[in-house]
Design a protein around this ligand. Structure first.
Ligand code: NZQ
Ligand code: ZN
Length: 388
C-alpha cells in the first residue's frame, strides 16, 4: 500500500449542534450566503433556527434557496451571482447532498471568471480545477452522501444531460456541523436511499480496490454493518435519534476518504447511476439500489473471492470450498433482500426507466469516465436481465 492522506475539515458532531452555527461561522466570515433546497428546512423550522444563531453571532445572512435534488449548473450560476453581488464572504450549506454540492461549487464559482462547468471532470480535456473558493460550512440535514466532509461535488448540466463531478482541495468544507436531530424529518424513503448510498460508498472500494488492504476491508465492513443495523431502525422509526445519529456518523465516515485510503478504487456503480439520474432525475440512492446488486452479480464472476468474503463477513454465509461464486451470489441475494426490506427499489422498472436505452446508458457512462476508471478490469459487461 502507498498513500498520502489529508482531510482538513473540522468536524463538530452532536445532537443540538445547530445552535453553534453562528459561533462556528463567525470564525470564517461576516456575511453568509445561506444555501437551502426546496423548502424542507423552512417547514421544519431549522432555517429560522440557523438564521437566529448566525445573527446572534453577528453574521448577516443572504438567502439562496431552491437548490433542486440532482442540482443543476444553472442554480450554481445563480447562487454565485447572488454571492458576488451581495459580497458574501462565507457559504453555508443547510440541506442534503444536493444543497451541499451546489454550495461548494458556488463557493468556487464566485472566484472564477469563466464558465463553472469548466471545473467538471466529464471527459473533457481542459479541466479548470479550482485553486481557491470562499470558505464553506456544511450543515447536513440528510445522512447519505458524505459531502459534508469531502472535497467533491456532483452537478448536472440540464442542457447536455450530463451529471459530472468536481474534486478540489479548496472545496473541503472548513467545518462540518453535523447535528443528527436535523435528520429526524427525513421521510422513510429518503432515509433508506441514504442508507444505500452510504453502503455503496464503501462497497466501491471494497470490490474494486487493490488486494492487500485488510484494515480498509474491516473499516468498510464496519460501515456496512452499522448502516444496515441502524439504518433499518431509522427507517422503521424516524424519530429514533440514536439510530439517526449512528446512520449519520456512518455517512460521514463512508466518504470522508478514511475508508478508501490506499485502495486505489474506481466508482463504477456511481458512474452508472450518475448517468441514470442525469437523464431521469431519480434519487441517487434509489438508483444505486438498482445498479449496485446488479453490478455485483457480474463483477463477482471476475473476483469471486472478494465477493465471497463480503457474503461471509456481512451476512454470515458459510464458506463453500470449491464454490466461491455460489457463496458470493448468496451474499448478493441477501444484500438485495436487505435493500428491499427497507423499501429500496431493485429494478429500473420500479424507477419508471425503460430498458430500451441500456446500450445508450452504457455509452454515456463510458463517455463521462473516459478511461478505465469506471470499470473493473476483466469484468463482463452489465447485462440486462438483472437490472430491468
Ligand atoms: O430540497 P429539500 O426541500 O431540502 O428536500 C430534500 C430533497 O427533496 C429532502 N430533504 C433533505 N433533508 C431533509 C429532507 N426532507 C425532510 N427533512 C429533511 N431533514 O430530501 C430530498 C433529497 O435531497 P438531496 O439533497 O437531493 O439528497 P442526497 O443527500 O441524497 O443528495 C443527493 C445528491 O448528492 C450527490 C448525488 O449525485 C445527488 O446529486 N452525491 C454527492 C456526493 C459527494 N458530494 O460526495 C457523493 C454521492 O455519491 C452523490 O453522488
Ligand atoms: Zn453516492
Amino acid at each position: 500500500m502507498k498513500f498520502e492522506f489529508q482531510n482538513p475539515t473540522r468536524l463538530v458532531f452532536a445532537a443540538g449542534a445547530l445552535s453553534r452555527l453562528g459561533e462556528v461561522a463567525s470564525a470564517h466570515g461576516k456575511r453568509a450566503l445561506l444555501v437551502t433546497g426546496g423548502g424542507s428546512v423552512k417547514r421544519s423550522g431549522v432555517f429560522d433556527r440557523a438564521v437566529s444563531s448566525l445573527k446572534l453571532a453577528g453574521v448577516s445572512v443572504v438567502e439562496c434557496s431552491g437548490i433542486e435534488p440532482n442540482p443543476r449548473i444553472s442554480s450554481v450560476i445563480r447562487g454565485a451571482g447572488i454571492a458576488r453581488s451581495e459580497k458574501c464572504d462565507v457559504v453555508i450549506a443547510l440541506g442534503g447532498g444536493s444543497t451541499m454540492d451546489a454550495s461548494k461549487v458556488i463557493a468556487a464559482a464566485v472566484l472564477y471568471e469563466g464558465d463553472p462547468w469548466d471545473m467538471f471532470l466529464h471527459g473533457q480535456e481542459n479541466v479548470h480545477v479550482p485553486a481557491s473558493a470562499l470558505p464553506v460550512i456544511t450543515v447536513p440535514t440528510l445522512a447519505a452522501t458524505g459531502s459534508e466532509m469531502n472535497c467533491g461535488a456532483v452537478i448536472s448540466n440540464e442542457d447536455s444531460k450530463v451529471k459530472s463531478f468536481i474534486k478540489a482541495d479548496c472545496l473541503y468544507p472548513r467545518v462540518a456541523l453535523v447535528d443528527p436531530e436535523l435528520t429526524l424529518t427525513v421521510p422513510a424513503d429518503h432515509t433508506a436511499y441514504g442508507v444505500c448510498d452510504i453502503i455503496t460508498h464503501v462497497t466501491e472500494g471494497y470490490f474494486n480496490g487493490v488486494e492487500g488492504t485488510p484494515l480498509q476491508d474491516r473499516f468498510a465492513e464496519g460501515v456496512i454493518l452499522t448502516a444496515m443495523e441502524w439504518g433499518k431502525k431509522a427507517v422503521a422509526d424516524g424519530s429514533d435519534i440514536e439510530a439517526r445519529a449512528q446512520v449519520q456518523w456512518a455517512s460521514v465516515v463512508a466518504l470522508n476518504g478514511w475508508v478508501q485510503i490506499g485502495t486505489d478504487a474506481a466508482y463504477p456503480v456511481h458512474m452508472i447511476e450518475h448517468t441514470l439520474s442525469a437523464l431521469h432525475d431519480i434519487a441517487h440512492g434509489a438508483g444505486l439500489a438498482v445498479v449496485n446488486p446488479a453490478w455485483m452479480r457480474f463483477a463477482a464472476k471476475a473476483r469471486p473471492a472478494r465477493f465471497a468474503q463480503f457474503a461471509q463477513r456481512i451476512f454470515g454465509v458459510p464458506a463453500r470450498p470449491g464454490d466461491e461464486l455460489g457463496c458470493a451470489i448468496e451474499g448478493i441475494e441477501r444484500f438485495e433482500a436487505f435493500l428491499a426490506s427497507i423499501g429500496c427499489p431493485l429494478r429500473l422498472s420500479q424507477l419508471g426507466i425503460d430498458a430500451a436505452l441500456l446500450q445508450q446508458y452504457a455509452e454515456d457512462t463510458l463517455h463521462i469516465v473516459h478511461d478505465d476508471q469506471g470499470r473493473l478490469p476483466g469484468c463482463p459487461p452489465m447485462g440486462e436481465s438483472d437490472i430491468v
